[in-house]
Design a binder for this molecule. Structure first.
Ligand code: DX5
Ligand code: ZN
Length: 322
């Protein structure tokens, strides 16, 4: 965190001192970027890319952040920069860091795939009491993925064990044939795989017409730009960080970059779709996923097969996010 703050403070210092009277803020940012580029002997574009990527925000958000900071009096800012530079007042520095990078709201969605199916209702209730935000339900058909799991009757059966949104992840071929049943069973979010739909636009519309939130999921091998045309209509995008079909697999680190790009795309276009990440998430991986831009974390094995209680397992993931 300190590394990121140091970078932004170097830029802000330049902005305050050299370009105090320049408007608008984006122009002030441009000039400061050029100044630093000259000083550091690198290209301005490299600097902006470095900030936006490492800060996990896009240029517009960066400007918003600076605008917020510039609403404060310059003298107050300079005093806080000085404290930071002197590295004396750690409490003030921590507070400043929190102000610069407020923690995003993160939802946890335990996946019942790894729960004890013989007492599924109880396990759903347990996850609910433990502070889960969604209950993630993995539906597999033995075609799209090798396994077969559960269908709409099971969704209807667990509906009475929780008031949380049921987040139904359909890993099935031609999901359009099943959507009505899952909506009737009480699904709040229905996510289909883009690889399983020839007419993804129609499928998304159908989910929404049923009054259910619509999500689209991408396998690890599917590029982000396949989403372009439907992204504005989506309530949720689910990035798979394992190849779907089984619980308890290892998180694919290379997917972090995909999450970063999707986060940037959603922010750039001002889209509100939730960015959910699914596969291999535990307390070690969770902070990286959030740093990359994930906001709903699915976890199966780490919640239901960790050797701890569901409450302790969820608390451990929550605590890892700081
Ligand atoms: C994988 C499923 C996941 C799975 C996640 O095909 O979509 O939701 O349950 O389980 P873990 O967290 O164990 O990888
Ligand atoms: Zn899932």
């Amino acid at each position: 965190m300190s590394e990121r703050v140091t970078q932004i403070l170097v830029l802000m210092r330049a902005m305050i001192v050299e370009f105090k009277d320049v408007d608008p803020i984006s122009e002030r940012r441009n000039r400061a970027t050029h100044l630093l580029a000259e000083e550091w002997g690198i290209k301005p574009a490299t600097i902006l890319d470095k900030y936006t990527r490492q800060l996990g925000i896009n240029a517009r958000k960066f400007d918003d952040l600076l605008m917020r900071l510039f609403e404060k009096k310059d003298s107050e800012l300079l005093e806080r920069l000085r404290q930071y530079g002197d590295n004396k007042d750690q409490v003030a520095i921590n507070e400043f860091e929190r102000e610069l990078f407020p923690a995003p709201e993160v939802k946890l969605a335990p996946s019942i795939l790894s729960a004890d199916f013989a007492r599924l209702g109880e396990q759903v209730a347990e996850a609910t009491r433990a502070g889960a935000d969604y209950i993630h339900v993995d539906v597999m058909d033995g075609h799209f993925v090798p396994n077969i799991t559960i269908g709409a009757p099971v969704v209807a059966a667990i509906r009475s064990y929780t008031n949380l949104p049921l987040d139904v992840h359909l890993m099935i071929e031609t999901p359009e044939h099943q959507i009505d049943q899952f909506a009737d069973a009480g699904a709040d979010i229905i996510t289909v795989h883009i690889e399983a739909c020839s007419h993804i636009h129609r499928v998304v519309q159908k989910i929404k017409e049923l009054g259910v939130k619509a999500g689209v999921s991408l396998n690890p091998g599917t590029p982000l730009d396949t989403l372009n045309e439907v992204l504005p209509s989506l309530d949720l995008v689910l990035v798979m960080t394992v190849n779907p079909g089984f619980g308890g697999q290892t998180f694919i680190e290379g997917m972090l970059d995909k999450i970063v790009h999707l986060r940037a795309e959603l922010d750039k276009k001002g889209l509100a779709a939730e960015l959910e990440v699914d596969g291999g998430i535990n307390a070690e991986v969770a902070p990286k996923v959030v740093q990359a831009g994930g906001r709903v974390l699915v976890a199966g094995a780490a919640v239901f097969q960790s050797g701890q209680t569901v409450a302790d397992a969820l608390a451990k993931i929550r605590a890892s996010l700081g």
